[in-house]
Design a binder for this molecule. Sequence first.
Ligand SMILES: [Mg+2]
Length: 276
Amino acid sequence: MIAAVAFDLDDTLAESKTPISTTMADLLVRLGRLVPVCIISGGRFEQFRDQVVRLLPPADPALESLHLMPTCGTRYYRHTAGEWRQIYADDLTPEEKRDAIEAIEAAAKGLGMWEPDEIVTGDRIEDRGSQITFSALGQRAEVARKKTWDPDGAKRQVLREEVQRALPALEVRAGGSTSIDITRKGIDKAYGVRHFAAAIDVDLGSILFVGDRLDPGGNDAPVIELGVQTHAVRDCRETESLLPRLISALQNGSGGAWPGDGHGMCGHDGGKHPGR
Ligand SMILES: [Mg+2]
């Protein structure tokens, strides 16, 4: 059976960094009337606000069924008493943040990746609370410029390894096209889905997770080991066509027979181009 549904955000509910469609907003509200719905992403709450919350009806009771988990669930928001409230924030300590910032600055300077101020747009280092993010060309650099900085990922790989050596207690990952993310160990989509299951008190096996990167190495793949049910989608259009079927299956009480992908399977699209 399906007792709750969790979604990745970028390329699952919306195109990367863009708002969900009005159709998707309507489908999420309809789904929320039937089961708890979680949206989980590495982005910050501000991104959720711009991409999702602004598109939802401001006062629908179904909003209380929505569980928003920015930064992979290290922050958790619910809609209660008419507004979105942060339920918890599992942030890095000031010492962890200081160590992370010092390590990234030393490594980037040592490796010649601390680019001159003239070509950096926005902050190089961003404190996202639970995550420190280094962007070699700055947070606001143009996408086209970012793509030419490290097209094969080799620079990020060297930088990541160097920073990881300096921070054995934390986790260092290559992020976007010019960025390195530092978090506590074990912060990924699985971390957020575990918190969602605990918050609504359901078994992990009765949660359906929908994401575009359930392929090996994809940023949704960590949820597979939790034993949740999974459904891989290629993009948000595929999710838009999936949801009406899921909603009617749940309305008919046949959610238990939902074909999905089965436990731990990635479905038809499991081998999608991993470079995306
Ligand atoms: Mg995605």
